[in-house]
Design a protein around this ligand. Structure first.
Ligand code: GDP
Length: 438
């Protein structure tokens, strides 16, 4: 996401970043390039003007300041402005004092509403809440079934009934109350474009349920049109916040960078993939850092904490340090890392990773192959690969659907890695070492 915008901004800033003296010409050139980058990313013109004006002021200050790194100050100003238009603070759901807190999700068809409802439910469940989903999108065929399936995957019950949207919603809320669920998420129907029928239906549901919070689900790929959609829904629903979806795609950034400033509604959550877990609170500061190529280590750490088993990770590190890391450990660690999602996504959050590497298609198939090979070994083989003879190798290859050559290559790589670790002085534990000496 935001790759092109990020590259363009970095390009504009790289010329002045390390400069110890800034001239007016440097600043003018950088500002013009920043404007072009933002406009190309489909950012609202008002927002583009605002950003370039403020960065311009900061640049004048930087030129006059005795600081040794005026270029760096301009970079910082751009970073600050991005955070500002993205929304400064992270949105927090204000839960009602008397549960259940009712959340209504509205948006155009295909914006990702139904998936967002289930993703939000999972997120809230993981935070210790007891959410309840209501399938009130009776217009799109399959929407109810889709929510039921997703709800099951998320471990969250779904209420549905083939009546009218308003009735499903009211009955669902009553049922949530009866079951003492503390958050209700209502999925509503969308249309391909804003029309009266859609607006009336969603307003009726709102009137009937008195939802505490109204979220608009917006596909980030629609760019600045997001602003038009948000305005229309805001007029009828008095929106609380926006959920941006499909940020994993090639969204140019226009939606994210325009909606808060122009419509005045914060971005509450970001959906960044098709899986239920690909959904996170929207952090303006982290997003700004990501756009400027500064990485997003905090999100990475959080994702690791959510998915990784700390004990397993620590055990792996200890065994690596003491030279006891075998294929059994390797398999365990590999599975941990893979739980964090596609490696490409993981890499993209690290600062300083060269673009070529980030853009490179990591062969997930190759990684699956490695996992298959190691999984096809017996525990004894994983603990002590040297027992793998020709016949064992043939069995592993056929068990993992690979060739003997591929098995051999993996074993060799593993041996090389262990050798390298030993050479780095992390090798055998001290007890063995002292015995070896004597
Ligand atoms: P609705 O009509 O608004 O309920 O839209 P859906 O929830 O059915 O989503 C439409 C399509 O977009 C589905 O194929 C989803 O899998 C997909 N989708 C939703 N959110 C995301 C996302 O964040 N990233 C990607 N890549 N796809 C998404």
């Amino acid at each position: 996401m935001f790759e092109t915008l990020g590259e363009r901004l970095e390009g504009a800033l790289s010329r002045i970043r390390g400069k110890t003296r800034l001239t007016q010409a440097d600043v003018d050139e950088a500002l013009a390039e920043i404007r072009r980058a933002l406009l190309e990313a489909d950012v609202n013109i008002g927002v583009v003007n605002l950003i370039s004006e403020r960065v311009g002021v900061a640049a004048v200050g930087a030129m006059a300041s005795p600081s040794l790194t005026p270029g760096q100050q301009v970079v910082k100003a751009v970073h600050n402005e991005l955070i500002d238009v993205l929304g400064q603070d992270t949105y927090r759901i204000r839960f009602a004092s008397t549960p259940p807190t009712i959340l209504l999700l509205a948006g155009l068809q295909g914006s990702g509403k139904t998936t967002a409802a289930a993703k939000l439910a999972l997120l809230l469940r993981r935070q210790g809440r007891s959410p309840y989903l209501i399938a009130a999108d009776l217009a799109r065929p399959g929407a109810v079934r889709q929510l039921e399936i997703l709800g099951e995957q998320a471990g969250v019950p779904v209420f549905s009934e083939p009546t009218t949207p308003v009735e499903v919603a009211t009955k669902g809320v009553a049922e949530a109350r009866r079951l003492a669920r503390d958050v209700v998420i209502i999925d509503t129907a969308g249309r391909l474009a804003i029309d009266d029928a859609l607006m009336n239906e969603v307003s009726e549901i709102q009137k009937a349920t008195q939802a505490h919070l109204r979220f608009l689900v917006v596909d980030a790929m629609i760019g600045q049109d997001a602003v038009v959609t948000a305005r229309a829904f805001d007029e009828r629903l008095e929106l609380s916040a926006v959920i941006l979806t499909k940020l994993d795609g090639d969204a140019r950034g226009g939606a994210a960078l325009s909606v808060k400033e122009v419509v005045g509604k914060p971005i509450a959550f970001a959906s960044v993939g098709e899986k239920l877990e690909d959904f996170e609170p929207f952090y303006p500061d982290r997003m700004a850092s990501r756009i400027l190529g500064m990485g997003d280590v905090l999100s990475l750490i959080e994702r690791a904490q959510d998915t990784m088993d700390e004990d397993v990770a620590k055990k792996g590190a200890d065994r690596l340090r003491t030279g006891h890391f075998d294929l059994e450990d390797f398999l365990e660690q590999l599975r941990q890392v893979r739980k964090m999602g596609p490696l490409k996504g993981v890499l993209s959050m690290l600062p300083g990773v060269p673009k070529e590497l980030k853009n490179q298609d990591i062969d997930e198939g190759e990684i699956s192959r490695i996992e298959a090979i190691v999984s096809s070994m017996t525990k004894a083989e994983r603990k002590n690969p040297s027992i793998i003879d020709v016949s064992r190798r043939a069995r592993i290859a056929s068990g993992s659907g690979t060739t003997q050559l591929q098995v051999n290559t993996l074993l060799k790589q593993f041996r090389d890695m262990n050798k390298m670790m030993r050479q780095m002085g992390v090798g055998p534990p001290s007890a063995t070492r002292s015995r070896a000496k004597s």
